[in-house]
Design a protein around this ligand. Structure first.
Ligand code: SF4
Length: 64
């Protein structure tokens, strides 16, 4: 599974980072981005889904 942040949608609420700091980081402008190439290790897949489900802007995208 891979995670990415749609930067056109992200409004910088930082919920993703609060929920899954292993997967997201925040840039100098407060927008989130996926760490590394966005690969989600199996043990973090539930956290990735949680972040997606809690992003108010639907900016967190998961792909298999
Ligand atoms: S929760 Fe959504 S809107 Fe907020 S920083 Fe993360 S991706 Fe951006």
């Amino acid at each position: 599974m891979k995670v990415r942040v749609n930067t056109d949608l992200c409004q910088g609420h930082n919920r993703c980072y609060a929920l899954a700091p292993e997967l997201f980081d925040i840039d100098d402008y407060g927008s989130a981005f996926a760490i590394g190439d966005g690969t989600v290790p199996p043990e973090l897949e539930e956290k990735a889904k949680l972040a997606r489900d809690n992003c108010p802007e639907f900016a967190v995208e998961l792909e298999k």
